[in-house]
Design a protein around this ligand. Sequence first.
Ligand SMILES: NC(=O)c1ccc[n+]([C@@H]2O[C@H](COP(=O)([O-])OP(=O)(O)OC[C@H]3O[C@@H](n4cnc5c(N)ncnc54)[C@H](O)[C@@H]3O)[C@@H](O)[C@H]2O)c1
Length: 255
Amino acid sequence: MMKQIFENQVALVTGAASGIGLATAQAFARAGASVALADVNGLGARAAAQALVDGGYQAIGIECNVAEMEQVEAMVATIVSTFGRLDMAFNNAGVQNVLAETADATVDDFDRVTSVNLRGVWACMKFELQQMRKQGNGAIVNCSSLGGLVGGAERGTYHSAKHGVLGLTKSAALEYAARNIRVNAVCPGLIWTPMADQMVASGQGEALAGMTKMIPMARHGRPEEIADVVLWLCSTSSSYVTGQSISVDGGFIMR
Ligand SMILES: NC(=O)c1ccc[n+]([C@@H]2O[C@H](COP(=O)([O-])OP(=O)(O)OC[C@H]3O[C@@H](n4cnc5c(N)ncnc54)[C@H](O)[C@@H]3O)[C@@H](O)[C@H]2O)c1
């Protein structure tokens, strides 16, 4: 993936200040793309972009909360005014829910999680697709999850949002299949990122260790292993692939 396969192309990654998003933004840059790193953590996004620029790559950092429509619209406008186009987008920003069984979960937490993990992805797609439709090309990858494919006790809000992302992916894939825009999703399994650290800190370490034992490859994944699949889904190597969700989970889902 180190070839300049994305020369003269522009990539957007949301949630790019940390974890999977950061690794993917760095991979896009190394593969020759100009990269917009967007995150609600504007400082983190700008610092990560600056580090790429210092390394000789093309990047900008943008503060954007994907739960806010105007911010998402402004983010895409900034990318187009800076780089002139938008060819690829990884809609990756996401948050965990507060663990609670359905009878106890709060409407505030439902709204917080879905406004980022589901409506946030929809909002990003909406404005990305307006630009891609105008250009007549594009590739979008949405970040779902293993949680987009199976249920999870005390995780109903997260899992339902991640299932919803697959519905958005398939629907948009159908709309744009004949217009040179492909839309796919990745379903990461257990990937070690600051989100996993957070889960350990909130007392879910044992659950994570138990889950690792159930992974056929007997290890958690690295953010770079998601980045590789996202880049493939954005490249011409996957030119006949649309509307798919690719599990990147060490074999977890096939059991
Ligand atoms: N780590 C895993 O095991 C795992 C597994 C399956 C799916 N995922 C999904 O992968 C994606 C990335 O997760 P990660 O593990 O890298 O997490 P992370 O917490 O390390 O990074 C997430 C980034 O998203 C940003 N973000 C959060 N809310 C935002 C908002 N409203 N607008 C813009 N940015 C926002 C955060 O500031 C952070 O920089 C998420 O969608 C997550 O649900 C992760």
